[in-house]
Design a protein around this ligand. Structure first.
Ligand code: 13P
Length: 268
């Protein structure tokens, strides 16, 4: 895990993440897709970026096999709140570690709305993830579209609730995914202006909760109907460190092209 450098942090590694949710569930098919993604990554000049995938749980072992030794990372879309024990039907972080995964997606809008996951549960999972030296990808964002002070209050409240008990050494390893509920599963993402304002606001909230230096370390990515069409504009802002892709990354070429665009925008 990263340690906070004493010098002021300059550059955050850009991210392209993707979740297959429960769309692609057949190990063999997903294996072929991942193989193609890895091949595409090899041929691109994107080593300076961090790319990773959240496959559906039933395909995670296959994905792990393909990802081994490649520059595509992977993680779990959810974990049980404790390492092991009587948690019927849950996925343990122990399995993820054994498979070589690094990332744990937490607090996704669908987990909260369809499976009634609470902040308390999300918090436990963040703590477990960090204590196992894994990287939480923590989703936050407003459910109903709003702006200005109202939005700032909602985001601050979520960040405070979820992050305030984490020590400063560890919190820099959290990746925040700004995913407004109203922009998930749509034809288009939130407006570019809304995304840029919200990311600036999230960075400011982190600064208020921790320090300026820590806030500068934390990576914030945008998710919600990201496609090739808008991706360059989305990441064309200093507070946007990458994207979290859903449906519009199912096609390998589209996904690779999204990575390409982000790398072009974020190259030094
Ligand atoms: P869509 O891009 O399919 O809306 O999904 C985004 C998402 O929820 C990623 O976590």
């Amino acid at each position: 895990l990263k340690k906070i450098s004493s010098q002021f942090y300059k550059k955050r590694t850009p991210i392209v993440a993707m979740s297959y949710k429960n769309y692609l569930n057949k190990p063999e098919e997903v294996g072929l897709l991942v193989e193609e993604i890895i091949l595409g990554l090899k041929e691109s000049k994107t080593e300076f970026m961090e790319c990773f995938l959240f496959p559906s749980m039933g395909t995670i072992e296959t994905v792990a096999r393909f990802c081994k030794g490649s520059n595509l990372g992977f993680g779990a879309q959810n974990i049980a709140p404790q390492k092991n024990g009587a948690y019927t039907g849950e996925f343990s972080i122990e399995s993820l570690i054994a498979l070589g995964g690094r990332y744990v997606e937490l607090g996704h809008f669908e987990r909260k709305t369809l499976f009634f996951e609470t902040n308390q549960q999300i918090k436990e999972k963040i703590h477990l993830t960090l204590s196992e030296s894994m990287i939480p990808v923590l989703c936050i964002g407003e459910t109903i579209k709003c702006e200005g002070q109202m939005l700032e209050e909602i985001l601050m409240e979520q960040l405070k609730e979820l992050l305030s008990e984490i020590n400063e050494e560890k919190v820099v390893n959290v990746i925040l995914a700004y995913e407004p509920g109203w922009a998930i599963g749509q034809a288009k993402p939130a407006s570019i202006a809304h995304i840029h304002r919200s990311h600036t606001c999230i960075r400011r909230c982190c600064e208020r909760l921790f320090t300026k230096e820590i806030a500068e370390h934390i990576r914030i990515i945008y998710g919600g109907s990201v496609s090739l069409t808008e991706v360059s504009e989305i990441v064309d802002h200093q507070e946007v460190d990458g994207v979290f892709v859903g449906r519009f990354g199912h096609e390998v070429n589209q996904f690779l092209e999204i990575i390409q665009r982000v790398s072009q925008m974020k190259e030094e």
